[in-house]
Design a protein around this ligand. Structure first.
Ligand code: ADP
Ligand code: MG
Length: 322
């Protein structure tokens, strides 16, 4: 009886030791499993992407697959995408990316009193910044195109949304440290390969149709950020002495013409930040500040032209993460 009991105790103790050892080993393995930083660069939706993350495996194929799915929903340059099929006047099922884009676009349209409007597509096209050919502008043409509401352009919101989509994928794969930059819209989390907060720059809005000049106005260091910038310094042309930029005021049908050069917005998602940055560019400095100050967890950094020596001035909301 006594012997049996001591044997039982020995067995239980051995079992316990094995289980505990297993737990310790597992925890140890989890912390030391090889986690390296990966870096992928390339082009997507006619712009560049720069993605970095720490993980135990290379996720490039999964990322590219996601971006392909996204393109098949929202690219106006892909004739078979959901948005293109709808723009051709045909019926199709709204996929999740399209639905999320549409709902947020509607919300920002209301918040910005119509400054952000994805039905601006025919005007964007007519002015030569869209997915079909530039037209000869007349006031009559502008008036008639302002009435067209069934052709959509997601360019001002999709890049930000794509950043969220890639960031979610990385998060799903257990990554905690990542930076996703698609055409200047950014989602970042955690730390870089040096163990320091990620650093991203706000570009100085100097006229640069080549998109190559990258003078930095401000550097932001952060461990948790969704940020988007819209500007008029890369997509513009001159005609008859008038500067025509790619931000169209849906309320007039004309490209905006004021002193705001670039708008950077920080928001709870990059999709919102992107749409709001475009809304700011339409509204101009003062109204943009008013809009952003009304919104929770949303901040902006605006660079505008002045007559001062270096001709640029900055205004930002109190909570902007400088
Ligand atoms: P970027 O990040 O390239 O500076 P935005 O995010 O501001 O650009 O998107 C600009 C694009 O958005 C334009 O090229 C056009 O396709 C579209 N767009 C222009 N004006 C508006 C508007 N008022 N509302 C929504 N989309 C717009
Ligand atoms: Mg935008």
């Amino acid at each position: 009886m006594t012997l049996d009991r001591s044997r039982q105790i020995r067995i239980v103790t051995t079992l316990l030791a094995l289980v505990l050892g297993g737990v310790v080993l597992f925890a140890f393995r989890d912390h030391t499993s090889i986690q390296r930083y990966y870096k992928h660069q390339g082009t997507v939706f006619g712009t560049y992407y720069n993605i970095r993350y720490q993980a135990s495996e290379d996720l490039e194929d999964a990322i590219l697959q996601r971006l392909k799915e996204f393109d098949a929903s929202l690219s106006t340059f892909n004739p078979h995408s959901t948005i293109s099929v709808l723009n051709q006047g045909r019926d199709t099922v709204w996929d999740d990316y399209f639905t999320a884009m549409y709902e947020t676009a509607q919300e920002i349209n209301v918040l910005s009193h119509g400054a952000f409007d994805i039905t601006v597509a025919p005007l964007v096209n007519a002015w030569g910044f869209g997915f079909s050919n530039r037209e000869t502008i007349t006031p009559e043409l502008i008036d008639s195109l302002r009435g067209v509401k069934n052709i959509l352009d997601a360019s001002a919101i999709a890049k930000g949304q794509a950043c969220d989509v890639v960031a979610n994928l990385l998060h799903e794969h257990g990554a905690d440290n990542y930076l996703v930059d698609i055409g200047g819209e950014v989602v970042l989390h955690g730390v870089n390969a040096q163990g320091e907060p990620w650093r991203v720059g706000i570009t100085k809005p100097i006229d640069d149709p080549s998109g190559q000049v990258n003078e930095v106005q401000e550097v932001i260091a952060s461990t948790n950020l969704c940020m988007a910038t819209s500007g008029n310094y890369r997509q513009f042309y001159y005609e008859g002495g008038m500067r025509r930029s790619h931000t169209i005021d849906p309320r007039t049908g004309y490209p905006v013409n004021h002193n705001l050069l670039s708008a950077t917005v920080v928001a709870p998602s990059c999709m919102r930040a992107d749409a709001l940055a475009t809304a700011c560019m339409v509204l101009g400095t003062d109204s943009a500040l008013m809009l952003i100050r009304e919104l929770p967890k949303t901040e902006c950094y605006l660079i505008y032209a002045t007559d001062t020596a270096d001709s640029l001035a900055v205004v930002h909301t109190e909570g902007f993460p400088l």
